[in-house]
Design a protein around this ligand. Structure first.
Ligand code: PHE
Length: 399
C-alpha cells in the first residue's frame, strides 16, 4: 500500500497515490475518502524532511480528462526532481486533492492543503472557473499558487501570490480574431458563449474586441450555460443571421455538441474555438462534425523541437501515452515552482513567491517562461485543426 512504502519516500508515495486515482472509480466519493486516508497515513509516517506541495485537480467528474493528464505531468516532474536529489537537499512531496470537477470543492480542498498539510505552495488548476474559486483562499493564506493552464485574465489579478505558466486570454482571443480574419477570411462571425463559465465569457470579450477593431462584424451572440445539451435554438438564430463562421468560446463538452448540431442543421460554415476545446472527449462527442474545425492551443506533441520530443519520450515511458497540453503545462508548473524554491534558498511561502515573481527565461517544455509584473508569462500559441479524428498542427503564433 502506498502509505506504508517508506522507500525513496516522497517519490514512491506520491506516484502511487496519484496512479491509484486513475483506475475508473465506481463512485467518486469513496475514492476521495480512500485518497485522503492514504494521504493522511502517508503524511503521518513521514518525518518533516520533505517540502510539501499541494495540488488540486479535477481527477474525477466532468472535466477529469485534463485533470488526470495535468496530474500525470506534475507527478512526472516530482519524480524526476526527486530522483536528482530533490530541492535544497530535501525531497518534494506532492499532496493531491480531487475537486471532482465540482463547483465549491476547490476552495474546500485547498483549505485542507493549507491547514492540515501546511503546504508551502499549491499547483492548480487547469480550468479558470476553479482557479478563480481557490485563488482567493490561497492568496489570503499568503501561499504561492501556480496555475498550469487557466487563461482567464482575472485569475492572477486575485493577488500577488497567484501565478500561471500559460498565456492569458487577452493574447489567445487576439490570436483567434486574427486567424479568423487572415486565415479563414471570414468577416461576419457568430459567437456562442457559456454565460456561466468565466473562461468562455472572457474569451468572447477579447475575441470580439479585436475582431470588431479589425473591421469584422458579429452576426449573432447566442448564450448558453454549462451542462446544456440542446443548442438548436441558438444555431437556428445563427443560421438566420447569415454568419460566415462560428466561434464557440466554451469548454469541449458543449463545443462538441454545438458542432454536431450545427452540421445537422446544415450550417456548413467554419467553426473554431479556444484551448478549452483541447481534450479527447471533444473528438469522441463531436465525431465527424469536428472535421475541419480549428482551435487555439498551448502545445502540440507534433512540434519537432528537441525539448518537446524529449518530453514526449519521458512522459510516454512513464505513463504509456503521449502527453497533451495539460500534461506539458502541469509538468512546467511543477518545474517553475521547484526552480523558484531553489532560488529562494528556503522553503518559505513568501520567499518562494518573491522568487517566482522574478522567474526569467526558464526553459520550460511549452516555451521559455518569464513572469511579467502581473505574474503572467508571454508565450506563443499554436493553431490546430481536426483531421481524420485527430488534432493536427497548423501553425505557431508568436506574441
Ligand atoms: N484554459 C482553460 C481555462 O482557462 C482550461 C481548459 C482546458 C478548459 C481544457 C477546458 C479544457 O479554463
Amino acid at each position: 500500500m502506498a502509505g506504508t512504502n517508506t522507500g525513496p519516500t516522497a517519490v514512491g508515495n506520491s506516484a502511487t497515490i496519484g496512479s491509484q486515482l486513475f483506475s475508473p472509480p465506481p463512485m467518486s466519493r469513496p475514492l476521495t475518502l480512500l485518497c485522503s486516508l492514504t494521504l493522511l497515513s502517508a503524511v503521518a509516517l513521514r518525518a518533516d524532511d520533505t517540502i510539501k506541495i499541494g495540488e488540486y485537480a479535477s481527477l474525477t467528474g466532468k472535466e477529469a480528462a485534463y485533470g488526470e493528464t495535468s496530474h500525470k505531468g506534475i507527478a512526472l516532474a516530482f519524480e524526476e526532481l526527486n530522483a536528482k536529489g530533490g530541492v535544497l537537499g530535501q525531497k518534494l512531496e506532492l499532496i493531491t486533492e480531487d475537486n471532482q470537477s465540482k463547483q465549491g470543492e476547490s476552495s474546500t480542498v485547498v483549505k485542507k492543503l493549507l491547514s492540515r498539510d501546511k503546504v508551502v505552495a499549491i499547483l492548480g488548476e487547469v480550468a479558470s472557473i476553479r482557479s478563480l474559486e481557490a485563488a482567493p483562499v490561497i492568496q489570503n493564506a499568503k501561499v504561492p499558487m501556480v496555475s498550469s493552464a487557466s487563461v482567464n485574465s482575472k485569475v492572477t489579478e486575485v493577488g500577488d501570490y497567484i501565478f500561471r505558466v500559460c498565456f492569458v486570454d487577452a493574447f489567445e482571443g487576439n490570436v483567434l480574431a486574427v486567424f479568423a480574419k487572415d486565415h479563414l477570411k471570414v468577416r461576419k462571425v457568430a459567437i456562442l458563449t457559456s454565460v456561466s463559465n468565466a473562461y468562455s465569457v472572457g474569451m468572447t470579450r477579447v475575441f470580439k474586441e479585436r475582431f470588431l477593431a479589425d473591421g469584422g462584424t458579429v452576426a449573432a451572440e447566442p448564450k448558453y450555460s454549462e451542462g446544456d445539451k440542446d443548442f438548436r435554438a441558438q444555431l437556428t438564430a445563427v443560421k438566420a443571421a447569415g454568419a460566415d463562421a462560428i466561434f464557440a468560446s466554451g469548454y469541449y463538452t458543449e463545443a462538441a455538441l454545438i458542432c454536431k448540431q450545427a452540421r445537422q442543421l446544415g450550417l456548413n460554415v467554419p467553426i473554431f474555438g479556444g484551448d478549452g476545446w483541447d481534450a479527447p472527449p471533444l473528438l469522441e462527442i463531436g465525431g465527424a462534425a469536428m472535421e475541419g474545425t480549428f482551435l487555439c492551443a498551448h502545445y502540440s506533441p507534433d512540434n519537432p523541437s528537441a525539448e518537446v520530443q524529449n518530453f514526449n519520450q519521458r512522459y510516454q515511458a512513464r505513463w504509456g501515452s503521449m502527453p497533451d497540453a495539460w500534461a506539458a503545462l502541469g509538468y512546467d508548473s511543477a518545474l517553475v515552482l521547484a526552480d523558484a524554491i531553489k532560488r529562494a534558498g528556503v522553503a518559505d511561502p513568501k520567499k518562494i513567491r518573491d522568487a517566482l515573481a522574478v522567474t526569467k527565461g526558464f526553459p520550460a517544455v511549452t516555451g521559455q517562461i518569464t513572469m511579467d509584473a502581473h505574474r503572467n508569462p508571454t508565450k506563443s500559441a499554436v493553431i490546430l485543426t481536426i483531421k481524420d479524428g485527430q488534432y493536427k498542427f497548423v501553425q505557431t503564433v508568436a506574441p
